[in-house]
Design a binder for this molecule. Structure first.
Ligand code: PAF
Length: 358
């Protein structure tokens, strides 16, 4: 699939040099910040933080210090620890933040349920015009449930009459923070994966590639297909690991897993098939919608990430809200719009919501 649809970045080497703002300082946001910063020390890169998280960072130098360990197969021959500093702006939820400068490229790495409010809080800084200049802004979406978030953001932009270009991206890099206090935390780049971005933002893809994030640009159609496959994997792996409280690989030992997986994927493929036949969504030439091929894809992800604790399992363990509404919940909503019942996914949503409450 990847070989057939990828346009490698070698065809156009233009690197993005415009300022990049990263919205969300979680593991992936920090991984991207650290990778770009360590390869391009003077790159105009800023991380935007929620005002309520401000106290966690050093108020004096206003820099986010990321100490990180990268895997040995990345960029340099041996695994090593480095540290980089990225300027931060305390911004979100800050009622006095109106005077900050324009945002040209906004990389969204928040949790899916935070993305719309977070983008809304910086919207006034995008596509700005003044007597001297105009900023044409781009929003690059790199969160789980990106298909669902994109629809919500489109509604927000329409409502605010802000025609801002939106770019889809996804990554299979794995990263986690060893401690949750940022002043002492270490970022571990646990798995060296692959990043994909729509080819309309190839300049950003080239920048990420040069920064060691292994980025390939894809046509919009190929990106839609990839994101549906990823959604299918997340709809199976994330809630089931949270319910069984197991690693991704241990799912294969659960007696009920094959049946539940088949039911979830059957519904995802029905929704996808109708979207494709309506010409609404995937324009489905390269997206295999049948349940077997989705199953093969999901099983491959399980094997590749067998020792991982999925993000939803971790959310439940830490008492955090999960992304269920943007995963199985999105499939249920899409199904409802198209007149397709999705009882298995509906049941999963309910069970995760109960688990969140307890
Ligand atoms: O959300 C996650 O945890 C990841 O997307 C995945 C692929 C399920 C691996 O753990």
């Amino acid at each position: 699939f990847y070989m057939a649809t990828a346009t490698t970045t070698s065809t156009s080497r233009r690197l993005c040099r415009e300022p990049l703002h990263i919205l969300g300082a979680g593991s992936i946001g920090q991984l991207f910040a650290a990778s770009i910063r360590s390869r391009f020390p003077s790159y105009p890169l800023t991380v935007l933080l929620r005002e309520s998280h401000r106290h966690r960072w050093n108020d004096d130098n206003r820099e986010l210090k990321i100490e990180w360990i990268r895997p040995s197969n990345l960029v340099k021959p041996t695994s090593q620890s480095e540290s980089v500093c990225v300027p931060i702006e305390y911004l979100l939820e800050d009622p006095n933040n109106n005077n900050l400068g324009p945002i040209q490229n906004l990389l969204v790495t928040t949790k899916s349920y935070q993305a719309v409010a977070a983008v809304e809080s910086v919207l006034s800084r995008m596509n700005t015009h003044n007597a001297d200049s105009t900023t044409n802004s781009r929003i690059i979406l790199l969160c789980n449930g990106a298909l669902s978030v994109k629809e919500e953001l489109e509604a927000l932009l329409l409502q605010n009459r802000r025609p801002i270009q939106m770019v889809l991206a996804t990554t299979t890099h794995g990263a986690y923070r060893e401690q949750h206090e940022p002043s002492t935390q270490k970022l571990i780049h646990a798995g060296c994966g692959q990043t994909f971005i729509e080819e309309s933002a190839k300049d950003i893809g080239n920048l990420w590639n040069e920064a060691g994030l292994n980025c390939i640009s894809l046509s919009s159609q190929a990106m839609q297909s990839l994101l549906w496959q990823k959604l299918a994997a997340n709809c199976v792996i994330n809630p089931l690991t949270a319910l069984y409280q197991c690693t991704n690989g241990e799912l294969l030992l659960e007696p009920n897993f094959p049946l539940l997986q088949a039911e979830i994927l059957e519904e995802v493929s029905k929704v996808l098939a109708v979207l494709a036949s309506n010409g609404d969504d995937t324009d489905n030439n390269c997206c295999e919608v049948n349940v077997n091929s989705l199953g093969n894809f999901v099983n491959q992800v399980i094997r590749d990430t067998s020792t991982n604790k999925s993000s939803m399992y971790q959310d439940i363990v830490h008492g955090h809200r999960t992304e269920i509404d943007h995963l199985n919940g999105y499939v249920v909503r899409k199904g409802r719009d198209l007149g397709i019942q999705c009882p298995a996914n509906e049941d999963i949503v309910q069970r995760i919501k109960e688990k969140e409450k307890s």
